[in-house]
Ligand binder design. Structure first.
Ligand SMILES: O=P(O)(O)OC[C@H]1O[C@H](O[C@H]2O[C@H](CO)[C@@H](O)[C@H](O)[C@H]2O)[C@H](O)[C@@H](O)[C@@H]1O
Length: 414
């Protein structure tokens, strides 16, 4: 505990976010790392139910609404891996996200630099918000030109961030396992690959590096990473609301935004949704405070949920089918078959025509939600079985293999 106390003192001494000290202390505390107390976890899941097992409740809320989908990247669409450069998107997840984006306006909001996350995802039809939402761009047209949705909330900080990156590279170069990542309008200092006794050195180096610019920069903590960000009133929640606005979807009773994320910075988006009647879904294998209503355990369960969402999207319960207005930068699938439709979308329509065919209620059944629930869930028992199958198919228990191996949950609660 002595090391934790001096950690807190260091952070307090530099005026860094005090919650950082507390969360780092929690991460260092081996008791906290054991988090697998079933009673605690189960009680937490009562408060934040698994959306796979409660998909019928979800359907009741979304039926007839125009859903907009917002997704975090690391830890949500891809498993956490040791080398950030290896967090590639699986082809299966790419296909699933593509199908989601065909049915609902879809954005990825990431702490990564936008260019990097776009490179991983490779879906030009999405909206992207990089650098924790400080760098926003709309879908690209056939010639990879950006549609006019670009917005950078902290553009003037770029030279300071460049300088900070170089300074941190120097300061961290002798700490075994530490690495620095330039995320365009913020910088990540990674300590995932450091021995525990070196974590504090990373914290000290980061705090020393920002000490002279405390009025302009602040430090937050993610999963075994310290993220240095400009002091601007902007975060993933603000980015989500901004995107709703440019899409023309803000404050409309028939619009339902969904956000899926796994990390502390995603809580800003969950809180924004609490205020704007959306649905937050936290990806976590452990109980932790969250403003998200629902949970899933890992990216495999995220994929399972997104597939169920696609099923719902093909039903006539999807509010976009009856909404003829194409919103800015995104058009409902049934309006996308003009010659101006992006090639990728047209190809998808060719490949998966069934995607465009609404699921209709069986004869005599007028409750579309029930029909979709029946089609998608094949009641709750099937959903539970699917969830169990997903949980048993790898996830946290997958065998580690070099850098691309998911970090075992017990060893890396973060
Ligand atoms: O908002 P996100 O898309 O979740 O980005 C947050 C950070 O994600 C990445 O780091 C995390 O994932 C890495 C790859 O799995 C892992 O090695 C690292 O320990 C995690 O913290 C990214 O590398 C960071 O720059 C982002 O800030």
């Amino acid at each position: 505990m002595h090391a934790v106390k001096s950690e807190a003192a260091i952070l307090a001494g530099t005026g860094t976010d005090s919650s950082l000290a507390a969360s780092l202390a929690a991460a260092i505390d081996p008791l906290k790392q054991q988090h697998g107390d079933d009673h605690e976890y189960n009680a937490w899941r009562d408060e934040h139910p698994c959306i796979l097992q409660h998909f019928d409740t979800f359907l009741e809320r979304v039926n007839g609404k125009r859903v907009a989908v917002f997704l975090d990247y690391d830890g949500t669409l891809t498993p956490i891996v040791n080398n950030p450069d290896n967090a590639v998107l699986s082809p299966q997840m790419r296909d699933t996200v593509r199908q989601v984006a065909h049915l609902f306006p879809t954005a990825i909001i990431s702490g990564r630099g936008r260019d990097k996350v776009e490179g991983f995802v490779q879906l030009p039809e999405l909206f992207y918000a990089g650098s924790h939402g400080m760098d926003i761009a709309g879908p690209k047209d056939d010639h990879s030109n950006l549609t006019p949705h670009n917005f950078q909330a902290a553009a003037e900080f770029r030279p300071m961030i460049d300088q900070l990156y170089h300074d941190l590279c120097k300061r961290l170069q002798d700490i075994p396992g530490a690495s620095v990542e330039h995320n365009n309008f913020c910088v990540s200092a990674h300590f995932r690959n450091c021995a525990t006794e070196h974590w504090q050195q990373v914290v000290v180096a980061v705090n020393e590096s920002v000490a002279a610019q405390q009025a302009q920069l602040h430090v937050t903590r993610g999963r075994k990473v310290l993220e240095v960000r400009p002091q601007v009133d902007w975060d993933k929640g603000r980015a989500l609301l901004h995107l709703l606005e440019v899409l023309g979807l803000q404050q409309q009773a028939d619009v339902l935004p969904i956000y899926i994320g796994d990390d502390k910075t995603d809580e800003d988006a969950f809180r924004a949704l609490q205020d704007h009647t959306g649905i937050g879904i936290l990806v976590s294998t452990k109980a932790k405070p969250t403003a998200a209503a629902f949970t899933v355990r890992d990216p495999e369960e995220v994929a399972a949920f997104l597939k169920m969402l696609v099923q719902y999207g093909t039903s006539s319960g999807n509010g976009w089918w009856t909404h003829q207005d194409a919103c800015n930068g995104w058009a409902p699938a049934h309006l996308r078959h003009s010659s101006s439709a992006p090639a990728g979308l047209a190809a998808l329509a060719d490949l998966a025509p069934q995607l465009l065919r609404p699921v209709m209620a069986p004869a005599g059944q007028t409750d579309v939600t029930a029909a979709v629930a029946a089609a998608v869930l094949r009641p709750a028992a099937a959903a539970a079985a699917a969830a169990a199958a997903v949980a048993g198919s790898g996830g946290a228990a997958a065998a580690p293999a070099a850098d691309a191996a998911p970090v075992a949950a017990a060893a890396a609660a973060d």
